[in-house]
Design a protein around this ligand. Sequence first.
Ligand code: ARG
Length: 401
Amino acid sequence: MTERIVLAYSGGLDTSVAIGWIGEATGAEVIAVAVDVGQGGESLETIRQRALGCGAVEAYVADASDEFADEYCMPTLKANALYQGHYPLVSAISRPVIVKHLVKAAREFGATTVAHGCTGKGNDQVRFEVGIQTLGPDLKCIAPVRDLALTRDKAIAFAEEKGLPIETTKKNPYSIDQNVWGRAVETGYLEDIWNAPTKDIYDYTATPEFPPAPDEVTISFEAGVPVAIDGVRVTPLQAIKELNRRAGAQGVGRIDVVEDRLVGIKSREIYEAPGAMALITAHKHLEDITVEREQARFKATVGQRWAELVYDGQWFSPLKRSLDAFIEDTQKYVSGDIRMTLHGGQAIVNGRRSDTSLYDFDLATYDTGDTFDQSMARGFIELWGMSAKVASGRDIRVAGK
Ligand code: ARG
């Protein structure tokens, strides 16, 4: 029987050409699999037909947008995960869900190999292949752009020679990856890290310099997950989409960073994540009143480690699973409402309320009605400073010798 290869298909030039390129190089039949993670753009049926037109024996589209929002974006939100303090892991969290569907398709269509269109310089090759090793240890992996020397020039020549139903002339200088959690743009003019991004690279956000009137929004959470916007019940996917629209209109969530790739290269990336950044800001503020101090401090370091693991392609690792269990436990009381104003590139929280709040007005107030016994503070401070005071006495004594 002819060998079968499942290809992660985006509909773009590289993966369209890869269908025939892989076929010629290996003699295998190619099954194109596209995964809907809320990337928008072309209809998935158009993409499916293109794959067939480019020689795929089967083309399959997995609708994973709710699954992506529920099982990938929500854990990222609960972790307040920002890699290196900035990046909400847009591409990093989409790879594991794509891998899940690739492995599933490989089983359904009797394939022995999975192929993806990544180059050898990025993080995504690692995320795809580590994921495939974990979920389908018997499956082989190939990357035609990296392993079969499929360069862009060769791709254009191949497409023209074979008359493939794909545009080869419209040269976009940027490498773009997008889904409902955000959008990532790199390469081209942006590789000079002194160059400011030009207006044309943005798509999810309007320019914040000339914003419309401020937009006040109330986001309600239950156990760390958004469940209503302005009182209207929403699914996680609907919450992200609605905030992409409203926060995007105000230019919220533009991020311009140089980040450390797993392969050791520093790279410049422009992200737009209006919904994700508005949600993370709101969620963090709700945690501020509902999560106990020590748990909150520790959770910040856990969230950072979680972001690094996910960035580094360890979504399916045991440590990531253990950290998920910790984070989930912290979310039990993260329920309530956050009111925020979206305006001029910022999402600013200006009100919060929760039935499970730890904020105690009677303890906090400086007005009459204060229940805090201030006489307790003196002794507490004496003891709190004792250890450092003893050490400092020793330092002075030793220095004087
Ligand atoms: N640097 C980001 C990451 O590794 C985004 C990668 C995809 N970006 C792109 N423009 N193709 O997660």
